[in-house]
Design a protein around this ligand. Structure first.
Ligand SMILES: Cc1cc2nc3c(=O)[nH]c(=O)nc-3n(C[C@H](O)[C@H](O)[C@H](O)COP(=O)(O)OP(=O)(O)OC[C@H]3O[C@@H](n4cnc5c(N)ncnc54)[C@H](O)[C@@H]3O)c2cc1C
Length: 455
């Protein structure tokens, strides 16, 4: 009775995508989740942070309304109302997802699961046997040695997204995606924000030019940051939390947000006992997400690929299709679109200039300044689209900074993933006036026939 084609441990993006696609392909599925269906992305990640960022955008629009001839006054944030709006979005999506899982005849099991043999997961004394077991137990927010999360003054993203007030001042430890998004939100809400980043630049996984533009935009917004400097210690006192850096400099703020990355949830749930190969806690898989143990697969944040919800979805679909014998193509991780949803947004797909050069390409690049784009002026946004291409060859990377550029990734990823050349894209007509025209203009410039560009 408890025998299935696929038993999945973890109902986040990776796990539920595996379940939905497996069921669609006619496989019998058990999906085990100890908390809420939807996992980090829906309840503690993508969705709540984007709702907060949208509230931040409205706050910024209100502050700047007079620039557009609108009489409005920003008074303050009502965080209880912001949270009600955010929770309403989560709740609707949660219900929708529950309905979807039910409609596909997936056996949904609530409870903490443990891998007890190579094809069995135990939940509250009941054993679920699968011809295949898919591990999708996700990730948790990391901290640093000596830095204790108290959930009030020293917090991670988990607590930060539930705050019922706007702190006067915040130190954000970590200038990656999560750190920059929270810095952006809190600054929009009225907090004084300082980011501390150990690497030489903010959003260090992005092309260097994107980091520079984001840093310039943050500076303009009054968001302070120190890069290339390591955290040493944090102490709590009546003034708030004081952070001491390697060079003995100190910063004090009401709240310290620790955003130093996320670690895989792989300990104490039977993975080691079944002989699964791991590296620093991550499960090691091949290009079809197979672990070293036949019949056991792993997807999402527990494997060392990009920690993104859409990567989890893609890995889940890949595994389901491989189990069903469809022999899907492995994922090209360079072709995964990436967005930091701060104000301004940072969006990219493909290779940075540095990576393209490391891989031996003869690189050409062009940068199209959004100052040449009508819609950018209407929105009062600036920054640019940068193309990295192989000389006389395809576009290798697209890197964008500016308001709403995340939406331009739909086209950017087609260009990259279909290995388009500048001359393939340049003749495509883009609607005027849209930001997407800048994508067309950048390719026209790369093809040697710039229209609305100098030089
Ligand atoms: C603040 C923040 C913002 C983010 N924003 C974005 C974004 O904008 N876009 C984006 O693409 N990604 C974003 N992410 C990343 C995204 O949330 C993750 O990449 C994604 O959720 C990973 O999916 P997963 O299925 O691997 O893990 P999870 O979503 O973490 O799901 C794992 C599930 O497994 C369950 N589980 C664990 N152990 C057990 C057990 N033993 N028994 C039963 N159940 C168990 C957990 O309860 C959890 O529900 C963000 C993350 C954070 C933290």
């Amino acid at each position: 009775m408890n025998d299935f084609d696929v038993v999945i441990l973890g109902g986040g993006s990776g796990g539920y995508a595996t379940a939905l696609r497996s069921a669609q392909l006619g496989l019998s599925v058990a999906l085990i989740e100890q908390d809420k269906l939807g996992g980090t992305c829906l309840h503690r990640g993508c969705i709540p942070t984007k709702a907060l960022l949208h509230a931040g955008e409205i706050a910024e629009n209100t502050k700047h309304a007079a620039e557009f001839g609108v009489n409005a006054q920003f008074i303050s944030m009502d965080m209880l109302a912001v949270n009600a709006y955010k929770d309403g979005v989560i709740s609707k999506l949660h219900k929708g997802l529950q309905g979807l899982v039910k409609s596909r005849n997936i056996t949904y099991v609530e409870g903490h699961g443990k891998l007890v043999s190579k094809n069995q997961v135990e939940v509250n004394g009941t054993v679920y046997t699968g011809k295949n077991v898919v591990l999708a137990t996700g990730s948790y927010p990391r901290t640093l040695p000596g830095l204790e999360i108290d959930g009030k003054q020293i917090v991670t993203s988990e607590e930060a997204m539930k705050f019922e007030y706007v702190p006067k001042s915040v130190i954000v430890l970590g200038g990656g995606v999560i750190g920059c998004e929270f810095a952006s939100v809190w600054s929009s809400f009225g907090a004084d924000v300082t980011i501390i980043e150990g690497l030489p630049r903010l959003v260090a996984l992005e092309d260097e030019s994107s980091s520079k533009q984001l840093e310039r935009a943050f500076r303009k917004r009054g968001i302070k940051f120190e890069t290339g400097i390591k955290f040493q210690s944090a102490t709590k006192g009546p003034e708030g939390v004081t952070v001491t850096l390697e060079n003995s400099a100190t910063h004090t703020a009401e709240v310290l947000l620790v955003a130093v990355g996320r670690g895989p949830v792989t300990a104490n749930i039977g993975y080691e006992e079944q002989g699964l190969t791991m590296d620093r806690g991550y499960l090691i898989v091949d290009n079809k997400c197979r672990t070293n143990v036949p019949g056991i697969w792993a997807v999402g944040d527990i494997i060392p690929t990009l920690q993104l919800a859409h990567v989890g979805f893609a890995e889940g679909i890949l595994v389901a299709e491989e189990i069903a014998g469809l022999n899907p193509r492995p994922i090209n991780y360079d072709g995964v679109p990436r967005v930091t949803y701060s104000d301004p947004e940072v969006a990219s797909v493909g290779l940075s200039t540095a990576t393209a050069k490391e891989r031996g390409y003869d690189v050409v690049e062009t940068t199209y300044d959004l100052a040449g784009n009508g819609k950018a002026h209407i929105l009062k946004t600036s920054d640019s689209i940068k193309l990295v291409a192989a000389k006389n060859g395809p576009v290798l990377g697209i890197h964008m900074v500016g308001a709403r550029v995340g939406e331009l990734l739909a086209e950017a990823q087609l260009i990259y993933n279909w290995e388009a050349e500048a001359n393939d894209v340049a003749p495509l007509i883009h609607a005027h006036p849209t930001l997407s025209e800048a994508m067309g203009e950048a390719h026209m410039a790369l093809a040697g026939k710039p229209l609305h560009a100098h030089g």
